[in-house]
Design a protein around this ligand. Sequence first.
Ligand SMILES: [Zn+2]
Length: 291
Amino acid sequence: MVRQRGKVVEAMKPETYLSRVSKTISKFKLVEEGDVIFVALSGGGDSASALFTLKSFVDQKDVDCELKGFHIDLGFPSGKTLDVVKGQTDLVGVELVTVSTKELGVSFPDVVKKTSRPVCSVCGVLKRYVMNKIPREMGANKIATGHHMDDFLVFFFKNVISQNFFWISKFKPKLESSHPKMLCRIRPLFFVGGKETRDFCESMGIPFVERESCPHTSLDCYTDLNRAKWYETLYQIEKKHKNFRCQMARSIVKMNKFFAVEASRVVECPLCGEPTNQETCSFCRLFKGVK
Ligand SMILES: [Zn+2]
């Protein structure tokens, strides 16, 4: 899709990719001595690359910290994702922690049937909740995700268009915790894009699953489909303006302080005790049927 008429975006060598990610980790202090970092692995290449690059940084700089892979099994029927995630953690020699919706005592299909909320939004609530709660309970102080430069550029433009300026303040490689129960979130791929990440995985022999068909939507995850259209737009601009994406990402990091309004008060949900900025957290409202 992004390869129309030959090379659209200049290829990045694996060593350049690794060096750029390593500089991000170093400059923004994503990894510090004593950290326990869980890397959220979906099975896709982005999160696998986040794990690979973090592990490479920790080994190279000999940082005394613990890295673990973390996978949420959403119970999709294909079943191969778990094997791929296992392959990703085996490749770099870290432990894999998995948690299934069954173990969490929630039924995704039941909730989807009951709510008028789009399925992708329900999925997002579940992932964000579990990704913060379980690693924290297992001793983590940080959670790493595979969100990359293109993701943040898309978030940025969408938020500008919808005038949700507050969210722009969160677009940075390291999002500090805003509550004792909220993990610090790190994004090592903040200055590399989706195409570069895919190329990197392929050249390093990192296993990953292609976008998985979601059984709850008719074909693919709508969130992914919508994002794909945006990616294409970004790559079209970059065709005419070299380094557009990277320059934009750098600008966003510098401008996000202008959007940092008074942070909303984070409290503990009265039902589950997890941090929320609402009276009852989104997870309890959706999955525990509390209004
Ligand atoms: Zn709750």
